[in-house]
Design a protein around this ligand. Structure first.
Ligand code: M6R
Length: 624
């Protein structure tokens, strides 16, 4: 997740900006840069791939950039590899404009073509660079010529996607123009100085007065004040939210939570929305799914006769869900395998096999070795990854990035949900290429995915109830999780979360397997969490699971049931009921997983454990 800062005031801008970037390091980044306005018509820019220390070393060599205004950026790569060339700020050819950006400009391809047709040479692979060239052109000629703010606004009206953009112009050293659409931007209000930033950690040292911008708003800051408008320059009806920051720095980084994981659970609606951006492009046929780095042709997607999914831990559970979707939509057989087992059993792979490797970090040794084995056997590899430039996407033939920003908590939450969404994109891309789904059906499934962020937000509202149940159960020795069909991987994921965070014995079962052994574990008061399928879509499964609940209740289990809103048949069998919105079967895991994450985190906190750093675990496991 990129970090952005802009400053106008009386202090040394370079110091302010570099300090702010240091405080936003927790957001994760792979390159950093600054632009400082000297007040005499020039902007000095420095940018470097890698850690902030690399940028600081470069700055130490170039000499201090003096000035009282500037911008800074830490980049979490999306379009284009994490290199010096792609690092922000980006400039126009005159060197007068500079821009920093967080997010994705979805329509950058036609805009880039328009600029290239006009003879402009783009120097990076980023989507960002188009914005600065367009603003420079609007400033050079036409109705907004010579008008800095007007030029920026005219370009904002043309951009699609999710973005925070901050522009500076060398001849306007006292003014910064910024804007947001979907991604965050806060204004810091100082005395004789003003800030804009991705989050308040950037300026908390200087001021505690802040203003949160609304959607599709622009802000112009000078040392003495700020003006918020819509993208057309109107102030009427434009509402922004002033607030006073009462967190310390550590709490501010965690969005006011005690742990990053809790913040990451809350970020899930945004994580899904961002992961979907740009993956559905409207065309004459109604629209089509596109992958990120699509190095597989439609012809290749048509020729695969088998799919393997390889992954570890939570990513493996997301992979199990891929099987349901891909087989259902494409009728291509899918095997899901733990990456650590895959290459040791000599799987049958060849040119017509697609291997989908899922990894949040993109560095997990087991998954990486599975990818290498698949490639040696001539299979084609598609990676689903959260980290641009990591080894697995580098070695893969195609990539879909889960754009959740960095996941700092060791327990995977937002990356897991985003992996499910990405799996479904793979399924839809295959179905579209193979013609097993009509374009309007693909569009409908994509619309279901797009509806998920709002529904996940609704599930998050049930957190107080889930936490109360968790606190009551914090001292039990064992918790069992049951599910069927897509509810089964959710049960496995719920159990994994509880094991890794609360160090409790937890097991996930396919509910139908109960009677083949695990039912012997049931005893008086044993908590069993049941993920109920919809009574509509899979009525047979629903009634089978009701029977399973009856069996365990009869043996004294305490049943905690996650069920669809309005599913009254389940009420008599639920000692505790957690309701989630009704959605088509395949999409339910995106909702039913969320209470299980909250449950595990709350038990761990009640027991006094560090939720972000569970014992014995590492965020990325780079040994086999
Ligand atoms: O980075 P990866 O997705 O490859 O990591 C795989 C597992 O190590 C990871 O999902 C692990 O199971 C998490 N801690 C689960 O919360």
């Amino acid at each position: 997740m990129c970090g952005i800062v802009g400053y106008v005031g009386y202090r040394d801008a370079l110091d302010v900006v570099v300090d702010a970037l240091r405080r936003m390091e927790y957001r994760g980044y792979d390159s950093a840069g600054v632009a400082i306005l000297d007040g005499n018509g020039s902007i000095a820019v420095e940018r470097k791939a890698g850690r902030l220390a690399n940028l600081e070393a470069e700055l130490a060599e170039t000499g201090h950039f003096a000035g009282a205004a500037g911008t800074g950026h830490t980049r979490w790569a999306t379009h284009g590899a994490p290199t010096d060339r792609n690092a922000h700020p980006h400039r126009d050819p005159s060197g007068k404009f500079a821009v920093v950006h967080n997010g994705i400009i979805e329509n950058f391809a036609p805009l880039r073509r328009e600029l290239e047709d006009a003879g402009i040479e783009l120097l990076s692979d980023t989507d960002t660079e188009v914005a600065v060239h367009l603003v420079a052109r609007a400033y050079a000629e036409g109705p907004t010529a010579g008008d800095f703010t007007g030029s920026v606004l005219s370009v904002l009206q043309r951009l699609e996607g999710a973005f925070t953009l901050v522009f500076t112009h060398a001849d306007h050293p006292g003014t910064i123009v910024a804007a947001r659409q979907s991604t965050p931007l806060v204004v810091g209000v100082g005395d004789g100085e003003m800030f804009v930033a991705s989050d308040v950690t950037a300026f908390i040292e200087y001021t505690r007065e802040a203003v949160e911008l609304g959607q599709n708003q622009a802000v112009v800051i000078t040392a003495d004040g700020y003006t918020v408008t819509d993208f057309f320059g109107n102030t009427a009806g434009v509402v922004s939210r002033p607030f006073t920051i009462d967190w310390d720095l550590a709490a501010a980084e965690k969005g006011g939570h005690d742990y990053f994981m809790l913040k990451e659970i809350e970020e899930q609606p945004t994580a899904i929305a961002d992961t979907l951006i740009g993956h559905f492009v409207v065309d004459e046929q109604g629209g089509r799914i596109v992958l990120d780095e699509q190095r597989l042709t439609d012809q290749e997607l048509r020729e695969f006769d088998k799919v393997f999914v390889v992954a570890c831990g939570s990513s493996y559970h997301a992979g199990l869900l891929a099987k349901y979707a891909i087989e259902h939509w494409t009728r291509v057989p899918v095997e899901v395998e733990l990456a650590s087992e895959f290459r040791y059993r000599d799987p049958v792979l060849d040119r017509s096999t697609l291997v989908v490797a899922i990894s949040q970090s993109g560095e997990t040794a087991d998954t990486l070795e599975a990818v290498r084995h698949a490639k040696e056997q001539k299979a084609r590899v598609l990676a689903i990854c959260n980290t641009n430039g990591a080894q697995i996407p580098r070695e893969a033939d195609a990539v879909i990035y889960t754009r959740t920003g960095p996941e700092i908590g060791v327990a995977s939450t937002k990356a897991f949900l985003a992996q499910i969404a990405a799996n479904y994109l793979v399924g839809l891309a295959l179905a579209q290429a193979r013609g097993t789904k009509y374009p309007d059906e693909v569009a409908r499934e994509f619309a279901e995915l797009e509806s998920m962020p709002a529904l996940i937000s609704r599930v998050l509202e049930s957190a107080p109830k889930v936490r109360a149940i968790a606190r009551e159960l914090a001292h039990v020795p064992t918790v069992l999780f049951l599910g069927r069909h897509v509810g089964y991987p959710v049960a496995l994921e719920g159990a994994l979360k509880l094991k890794e965070l609360a160090y409790l014995h937890a097991e996930g079962f396919a509910a139908g397997e109960l009677k083949h052994g695990p039912i012997a574990l049931i005893e008086d008061g044993l908590p069993v969490i049941v993920v109920m399928p919809s009574p509509k879509g899979r009525a047979v499964l629903h009634s089978k699971l009701l029977s399973n609940i009856r069996e365990i209740q009869a043996r004294g289990a305490r049943t905690i049931v996650i069920a669809e809103e309005g599913d009254d048949t389940v009420r008599p069998f639920a000692d505790d009921l957690i309701e989630i919105p009704a959605v088509p079967t395949l999409y339910q895991p995106l909702l039913s997983t969320v209470p299980l994450q909250i449950f595990a985190a709350e038990i761990a906190q009640t027991l006094g454990y560090d939720v972000d750093k569970p014992r014995n675990l590492a965020k990325s496991v780079t040994v086999e």
